[in-house]
Design a protein around this ligand. Structure first.
Ligand code: SF4
Length: 237
């Protein structure tokens, strides 16, 4: 289901209003912390602890985490770390919403790395990754025209990517696919950055995308939204 109109039409201020409760506070507004299977990266299939922070300034039409646009609990860094430790899983993903809207996210990522976790960060690509700890594996979305948010891509993020990072395109249709191919031709992406093409679950049959990739001999990695195959739209927590 596409996002409802009232969410798509929210002003920039309305979108980030839920974060006002932090008001300069170093704490994090946490929507949920839970363990599931990592579903959308080269790490797909591994058990992973998800820390989902509240709030996003984008409104991708296909967003399936609108529940994270609001509602969260102000939580200290130590409380978050303690909840993660209790899960006893070596991989952690910070996600949202857009987790980098909260200044406490950067310190949280650093602390998780210090504690020896494999740390993934799922980000929209619309917020700078410059201050992210270089031990973090950033899964950076490149928003396509079909998302409705293509104008929000921050090109400078592409130049900042380091080994361990990945680029992800969620494709809605053939026009998105052609746009993504052209984007890759125009950007000099180092070989050490995997490029992932994923079909948007409700608009593009996976087999179509697989056929297009193989027909064009594209050096990208096909993936499906594994958590949707496993649990549909049911929330895991
Ligand atoms: S960036 Fe992610 S959380 Fe934000 S609207 Fe887009 S899909 Fe949803």
């Amino acid at each position: 289901m596409p996002l409802p109109t009232h969410l798509l039409e929210q002003t920039a201020a309305e979108r980030i209003a839920p974060l006002k409760v932090l008001d300069g506070d170093d704490r994090l507004l946490v929507h949920e912390i839970y363990t599931s299977i990592q579903g959308e990266s080269t790490h797909a299939g591994k058990p992973c602890v998800f820390i989902r922070l509240t709030g996003c300034h984008l409104r991708c039409v296909y967003c399936d985490t609108e529940h994270a646009f609001k509602d969260g609990e102000k939580t200290t860094l130590e409380e978050v770390l303690s909840q993660v430790r209790a899960q006893q899983i070596p991989m952690v993903e910070l996600t949202g919403g857009e987790p980098l809207l909260q200044k406490g996210a950067f310190k949280l990522l650093q602390n998780l790395c210090d504690e020896g976790y494999t740390v993934l960060l799922e980000t929209s690509g619309a917020t700078s990754i410059e201050k992210v700890d270089r031990r973090v594996k950033v899964i950076l979305d490149v928003k396509t025209p079909g998302s409705g948010e293509v104008h929000r891509n921050l090109n400078k993020n592409i130049d900042l990517l380091w080994p361990g990072c990945e680029l992800k395109f969620v494709l809605c249709d053939r026009a998105d696919f052609e746009w993504a191919c052209q984007w890759l031709e125009q950007h000099d992406i180092p070989d050490y950055i995997p490029v992932l093409f994923s079909p948007e679950a409700e608009q593009l049959p996976p087999v179509r995308l697989a056929e297009w990739i193989t027909a064009q001999r594209l050096p990208v990695q096909f993936q499906v939204q594994l958590h949707k195959i496993l649990w549909g739209d049911e929330r895991r927590r």
